[in-house]
Design a protein around this ligand. Sequence first.
Ligand code: RP5
Length: 173
Amino acid sequence: MTESKPLVLVVMGSDSDWPAMKETVAILRKLRIPCEARVVSAHRTPRAAHELAAGARDAGVRCIIAAAGGAAHLAGVVASYTTLPVIGVPMVGWALDGLDALLSTVQMPAGIPVATVAIGKAGARNAAILAAQMLALNDSELAKRIEGMRDSACKAVEEKDTTVLDESRRIPE
Ligand code: RP5
């Protein structure tokens, strides 16, 4: 299968972020958005992070998703090297269990924004959906696929509702 040029670039500071960030890639693939996932670190491989971010627009990328944990400066550093929209995903872990990464990612000083989503897997999923919604601004077919995904989520909740309602009625007095 020939891979199309990635429209969304997913970067993470370590392969320890990959179990969460797989969720991002899975949703992008489901929505048929060409994407690529890379490990680059703002502090361990700063040159690679710079080159990837600075070259992304010319490579055809339209949105970057950046995940990191701890003193999570990757999203901010990436954002400083590109005018593409950057979505930051704070990773769980470390002494503060993701709160450190949340604040490091979201609290960007004025001028270089990072659109920050929730900590961990929920954020990883939402980052993909937010990137898709950005791309859907001028892609009505993609907008329909996003709606389809919401419909499936709605049906899943309705099924859960039926199950819980049934079980609640069967619990003896
Ligand atoms: C950050 O440090 C990475 O994004 C990761 O979340 C965290 C820990 O990295 P490892 O020590 O697991 O490689 O740079």
